[in-house]
Design a protein around this ligand. Structure first.
Ligand SMILES: [Mn+2]
Length: 299
């Protein structure tokens, strides 16, 4: 290799990884998996570009979090790239499920980068078998609880309805929702637990017990903070409100996370991807002290 090349070669070269998350898979406790699912957008597609936009935006960040006083350099995290997905939603969900099952069976914590919110159904199906008691905390501007949307039962607008049907009543906890169809609201409130439109100061005991899956739809943030999403919804959380809420979660119980719905083409400034990357850094730092034993989690 010419000397000039090795001297000046950029620190980050392809394949892209999130920040310094290039630990070998076998040694990593936390695993980042991109799932660029982008099939059912009702308003504006583009979230297939999110995982790499978040990775690229992460280069702007320090690996150290002053709020947490932790450094991502001290953790073993593998970013294993993006999953190739079929164009049929049913098939794509099976592909997501199988990929997540593989990571879980290796005793690791998956952190899934969407992609559209529908992917959570495939992901949560993988958790359901290993953790029958799993609870889902959905942080989202929308309930995603319609029975059907634009003729489709599998959609970003129906995903939590399907999750709730498959897990049973009382398993889905929703926070941040500020936009509902009237019927959807009645049906959601009969089955899922609504924790409020604003970040609550306390969490109900059910969320604090047992294994928890966190599904973060970035449109919970106000569009002034994160405009690059598929369905922006005014009146949302500030960046600090979201981080404050995340800092208060019982991370020792969190068995998996997804972060969905960033649609980079709708924010030419790139700020939404930077916002997402910073949220992801904090999530990774809260998830893990290195390669902690996973075997007793969720029990
Ligand atoms: Mn959603």
């Amino acid at each position: 290799m010419p000397q000039w090349y090795s001297d000046h070669r950029p620190l980050k070269t392809a394949p892209l990884t999130f920040l310094c998350c290039d630990s070998p898979y076998p040694e990593s406790r936390t695993v980042i998996l991109g799932c660029p699912l982008d099939l059912t957008a009702s308003f504006r597609p583009g979230c297939r570009f999110a995982p790499n936009a978040i990775r690229e935006a992460s280069w702007n960040l320090e690996s150290f979090s002053p709020a947490l006083e932790r450094d991502l350099e001290d953790l073993c995290v593998a970013d294993i790239g993006d999953l190739p997905l079929s164009s049929d939603p049913q098939k794509a969900l099976t592909e997501v499920q199988q990929a997540v099952e593989g990571i879980l069976s290796d005793g690791k914590v998956p952190v899934i980068l969407g992609g559209e919110h529908l992917l959570s159904l495939g992901s949560i199906r993988a958790f359901r078998d290993l953790y029958p008691e799993v609870r889902v905390l959905q942080i989202d501007a929308h309930a995603d609880f319609r029975d059907e949307y634009l003729g489709a039962s599998l959609s970003h607008a129906t995903v939590m309805r399907r999750v709730s049907e498959e897990l049973g009543p009382g398993r889905v906890f929703q926070v941040g929702v500020r936009s509902w169809d009237r019927k959807e609201r009645e049906e959601a409130r009969g089955t899922a637990t609504f924790l409020g439109e604003d970040p609550p100061s306390d969490l109900p005991p059910e969320v604090l017990r047992g294994p928890l899956y966190v599904s973060l739809d970035l449109d919970v943030l106000d569009p002034s903070v994160c405009p690059g999403v598929g369905t922006p919804e005014p009146g949302g959380w500030s960046f600090k409100e979201l981080l404050g809420f995340l800092y208060g979660l019982p991370w020792e119980r969190v068995i998996g996370v997804d972060m969905v719905e960033l649609a980079p083409p709708h924010d030419p400034s790139g700020t939404s991807a930077v916002v997402s990357a910073k949220v992801l850094r904090e999530i990774l730092l809260m998830l893990g002290e290195g390669c902690r034993d996973f075997s007793n989690r969720g029990k």
